[in-house]
Design a protein around this ligand. Sequence first.
Ligand code: HPA
Ligand code: ZN
Length: 315
Amino acid sequence: MIPKVELHLHIEGAAPPAFIRGLAQEKGVNLDGVFSEDGSYRFEGFTQFLRVYEAACTVLTGPEEFARLTTAVLERSMEQGVIYTEAFLSPDFCGGGDVGAWREYMHAMREAASRQPDIEMRGIVTCIRHFGPEQAKTAALCAAETAGDFITGFGMGGDETQGTQGDFAYSFDMAREAGLRLTTHAGEWGGAESVWQAVRDLGVERVGHGVQAIDDPALVDHLAERGIVLEVCPGSNVALGVYPDWRSHPIEKLRERGVKVTVSTDDPPFFHTTLGAEYDLLGHHFGWEDEIIREVNITAANAAFCDDATRETLL
Ligand code: HPA
Ligand code: ZN
């Protein structure tokens, strides 16, 4: 199996449905509407996806739950040949943005990750766009206070159709000043303009998704020239309807135009995917052979938010 580097994975979104159901049972929480009859997460479209996602998060009530979740997620990643993963971690779901509480959640996840010898993990603290710029500042403060060997990045997820990237510049500046590296979801729902904003107004070095950049040739050139890395999640885009099918997905066009693309799963059980399945489908639809897969994983290793000694182990 080719060793893989994954840069875009939401820790809560990677929770196996059985794991969430088990916690709901333990805690006596009613999660009606979250699951289909076959036991998978039930949603249609992005708005409902976010709602179901947040409902599932209600059973993740303390550091111990996030430690168990981290272990479950890393075990699944290792099955896919992943040797390094960056997970989006949200203080909003880990203590509601309180720095003291967040510190405990963070330590629990870091400790769980350190118990896995065959995979390295780093955390990207993430604010949630539809919670607004003020709430984002509390996430940025959590990030700044815990920046170090485990928390190495700051980012933003959530509903890209609300507000602008620039509304969150204060938080991204705070994170940058704390030495954190930056990425944001852009060009998943907000079009090429959102990617321009991400690069211009937030100064990110990586973009989550970024695929709608394909609609603006000047932007594609800009991304290629600047070496800005896209965290592309094709299965997520197809499952949520950003593109109607794999054939219309722009990842290969972006790669051919010289944009640095990487491949990730976003929220794998929600989208019925794994990193192995993503590469299989890229092979099937775009002829990706081992050489391209290795190249893409080297791009990911070079773009990873880790120290150079760790990077060396990935190359
Ligand atoms: N997009 C935006 N926010 C998210 C996603 C996504 O695909 N998954 C979890 N939060
Ligand atoms: Zn994402």
